[in-house]
Design a protein around this ligand. Structure first.
Ligand code: SAJ
Length: 427
């Protein structure tokens, strides 16, 4: 196998195409967005991912990676396009269908097609196979088809693409073996072979497991607030039990994976996914809880101003997709609160952005929504100089609350409330 065509040059497709090109394959990367194709062909990346820029530049300048608007014939095709959810929480498979149809004219006997996009279980068998067979080639004999989910964590993509174990699910056993041979070129983790539908289920189960556990943590955090005790102390000490792993509470779950994938199971099995649906709804309810708490903290202020710190969905990334921080910021603005937002990684957002000093100037509340490393290093005495009221609401348990209290701040911690944070400070 010498030539690969990767359809979809997003957070997964671009690093995968780059790593394959760096390993000596001739790669055509395909995307429907002309500005992305042009940027890549100039050797520039448009996502903030450590190490990717250097690798991409050398792959493009050596001629092993070329971006294009249209697929080209190749030995193998990897489809890594988005599978978002619709407004009523159904799987929107239009990009997968579009990608599969776009490669049809390029398919030759012996080709391997791999789907990486997170998809409802049964997608390769019931959706992709019939499309690919429209070209007259039979899947299983003329064409090979496999599902190989990605498992990488944004911010660590290059490292995890190589190191993580991979699951490869074939429509036939031969399809799985062919896909394994391709991934074995750069994966150092173990590669496990199974059926396509099992691999599709494994991927969704991974993210659903995390979502349900985060929902449990959030629910316990709300209970702790009502009890006037500290969730973080409860979680830390419950986790001393060798078989317990209470996750982190927070302002909600964002990103394009965990906040989305569990809905695929709810849609596929409406009568057997009550717990998964509840967990999703609990996590989706957290931004409203943060908004309510912030409004309570500002109840005595006439024209309140909030400095929103962090818009990305998680620490040290620039990604705001499904970000609970955006929902909180927009929700506060809709309630008539004046907001200015600062995020060291985010350059564009549908809420007003400002540099840190301007964001804090005259603010009545500093609202920490994303646990970026930069925010952990904030000096509360310097922050206090800019603000009208010294109030901080930490929704991620990332600050040194003692230091902030010493600098004169009234500290509120998600999962502990105001009084509990005070008690924790004294202990
Ligand atoms: N979060 C919490 N509490 C926690 C952990 C996370 O509130 O205890 C929040 C984060 O702040 C963030 C969201 O959940 O808003 C998701 O962040 P994450 O770091 O857990 O996961 P993602 O979405 O960046 O990446 C996940 C990963 N899946 C798992 O950890 C099972 C990654 O390995 C997958 O490749 C990725 O989804 C994907 O593409 O599916």
């Amino acid at each position: 196998m010498k030539t690969i065509c990767v359809v979809g040059l997003g957070y997964i497709g671009l690093p995968t195409a780059t790593i394959l090109a760096a390993g000596g394959m001739k790669v055509t990367g395909v995307d429907v967005r002309p500005e992305i194709v042009d940027a890549i062909n100039r050797g520039e990346i448009y996502i903030d991912e450590p190490g990717l820029d250097t690798l991409l530049r050398s792959a493009v300048s050596s001629g092993s990676l070329r971006a294009s608007l249209a697929p080209a014939p190749a030995d193998a095709f990897i489809i890594a396009v988005p599978t978002p959810i619709t407004a009523d929480h159904g799987a929107d498979m239009s990009c997968v269908v579009g990608a599969a149809e776009s490669i049809l004219p390029c398919l030759r006997p012996g080709n391997l097609v791999i789907l990486e996009s997170t998809s409802p279980p049964g997608t390769c068998r019931d959706l992709l196979r019939p499309i690919l067979e429209r070209g007259g080639l039979a899947v299983g004999t003329d064409l090979f088809l496999a599902y190989c989910p990605e498992r990488v964590l944004p911010g660590k993509i290059l490292e995890e693409l190589v190191r993580n174990d991979r699951v490869v699910g074939g429509i036939t056993a031969e399809s799985a073996v062919k896909a394994r041979d391709l991934y074995a070129r750069f994966v150092k983790g173990e590669i496990v072979l199974t059926s396509a539908t099992t691999a599709e289920m494994i991927k969704i189960v991974e993210n659903t497991f995390r979502d349900v556990n985060i929902a449990l943590a959030n629910e316990i955090a709300l209970q702790c607030e009502q009890l006037g005790i500290n969730f973080w102390e409860v979680a830390r000490n419950a986790n001393r039990h060798p078989r317990v792993n209470v996750h982190q509470a927070g302002p909600g779950v964002g990103g394009h994976c965990i906040a989305v994938d569990p809905w695929f199971l709810v849609e596929s099995f409406p009568d057997a996914s009550g717990m998964i649906r509840c967990a999703r709804e609990r996590n989706d309810s957290m931004p409203a809880h943060v908004i309510d708490t912030a409004l309570t903290l500002l109840a005595d202020v006439k024209k309140p101003r909030v400095a929103v710190l962090g818009l990305a969905y998680k620490a040290d990334v620039d990604d705001t997709r499904e970000s609970p921080a955006l929902k909180v910021a927009a929700g506060l603005r809709d309630k008539g609160v004046e907001i200015l937002c600062y995020d060291p990684h985010v350059r564009k957002a549908p809420v007003p952005l400002a540099p840190p000093k301007e964001c804090l100037a005259g603010a009545d509340l500093a609202l920490l929504l994303t646990d970026h490393t930069e925010f952990r290093q904030l000096d509360p005495a310097r922050v206090a100089e800019h603000m009208r009221h010294r109030r901080v609401y930490d929704t991620r348990n990332m600050l040194d609350h003692r230091a902030w209290a010493t600098a004169g701040f009234e500290v509120t911690l998600l999962g502990a409330g105001r009084s509990a944070s005070r008690r924790e400070r004294r202990s």
